[in-house]
Design a protein around this ligand. Structure first.
Ligand SMILES: [Zn+2]
Length: 168
């Protein structure tokens, strides 16, 4: 009782820096879609396992370094990717997850001068429950815009599939 089990304990897997291929993928995404954080210093870290949050396993996270930490690390943001999830994804899914985390990283501008004054973490465009949409429909403009965008994606995919079918 309360005694440690005999035998050697497996060392706990530790976070590690992501390999160059991941950094390259992120750099490409930043150059194409994230101009506002193009010169931010971002560290990419693999954590062994995605942590459960609200009963859901996290695919990754993005955090801004505090001013004190930045003095030591020289880094503005840390993007963490859950290695177990990452390894189960296709290349396209990996790109999307990385793009998602980069969306959380944003520049902070002065309201009056519009000058950049630092960095901030951006929240999601939409947080919602599927069952609320089921019960109440797209009850606010942001819900509507989000779903319409998704519907356009589906339509595009559908058209593309039909075109391929015709061509083939
Ligand atoms: Zn997110």
């Amino acid at each position: 009782m309360g005694r440690k089990r005999a035998g050697r304990k497996m060392p706990k897997p530790k976070p590690e820096l992501c390999p160059k291929a991941v950094v390259k993928m992120a750099d490409e995404l930043r150059a194409e879609f994230h101009k506002d954080i193009e010169d931010a210093r971002i560290a990419y870290v693999f954590v062994p396992k995605g942590l459960a949050k609200h009963g859901r396993v996290s695919l990754g996270s993005a955090k801004k370094e505090s001013d004190a930490h930045r003095l030591v690390s020289g880094v503005n943001f840390i993007v963490r990717l859950s290695l177990d999830k990452w390894n189960s994804f296709t290349l396209e899914q990996q790109r999307a997850v990385l793009d998602h985390e980069l969306c959380h990283c944003a520049a902070k501008y002065d309201d009056k001068t519009a000058e950049r004054v630092g960095w901030k973490v951006r929240g999601h465009d939409l947080e919602e429950f599927g069952e609320v949409i089921e019960r109440h429909g797209l009850y606010l403009p942001d819900r509507k815009a989000f779903v319409e965008n998704a519907a356009r994606q589906l339509e595009m995919k559908f058209k593309l599939a039909r075109k391929h079918k015709k061509a083939g």
